[in-house]
Ligand binder design. Structure first.
Ligand SMILES: [Zn+2]
Length: 176
């Protein structure tokens, strides 16, 4: 399985050919006699919500450098969605949460500017159920608590479709 269209077999290095399988042209290794599937990458993230806003990050890496998003990223091979979401939250903004304490919020599947397609599962948690003061980790340029009002005034833009994740988290986990 590959994230991008492959030219060579990841197992044996042979140049791939195309072959019609299951109604589509697939990359196929003539030596291994198997399809090299191209698939989306699973991702997970957490929106932390306090009465002051939703914890958002300004991305410091492409795709979407300078755009804002809820913390999240690729799952490691052996992680559950909850574990991956909690790990990404800690890596990106230094906030810890017990994976059992996050609540499923949303899902999306999008093609990114670099041609990779991701499937993202979003969770949400109240600030009281987390630990640690947020700071901008290595992949993050800035971190802030933002409401729809304050984000609108900032003139910043979301890394799509994180605007919807943000709105849903605020609606369902923000103050009454
Ligand atoms: Zn091969």
């Amino acid at each position: 399985m590959t994230t991008y269209a492959a030219n060579f077999c990841p197992q044996c290095g042979t140049a791939l050919v195309t072959r019609a399988v299951d109604g589509r042209e697939r990359q196929f290794c003539p030596d291994c006699e198997r399809v090299v599937w191209r698939n989306p990458v699973p991702c997970a993230g957490v929106a932390v919500v306090s009465d002051e806003g939703v914890l958002l990050t300004e991305r410091a890496v492409d795709p979407g450098r300078g755009e804002w998003a809820a913390p999240g990223g690729h799952l490691e091979f052996d992680e559950s969605l909850r574990e991956g979401a909690a790990r990404e939250l800690h890596e990106e903004v230094g906030v810890r949460v017990d994976p059992d304490d996050v609540t499923p919020l949303d899902t999306f599947a999008v093609e990114q500017a670099d041609g990779k397609r991701i499937v993202s599962v979003g969770f949400a948690v109240r600030r009281e159920d987390t630990e640690g003061d947020p700071y901008a980790g290595p992949e993050v340029a800035a971190v802030e608590w933002l409401t729809p009002e304050s984000f609108g005034e900032s003139g910043e833009v979301f890394h799509p479709p994180h605007g919807e994740r943000f709105e849903k988290a605020w609606d369902e986990f923000g103050p009454e």
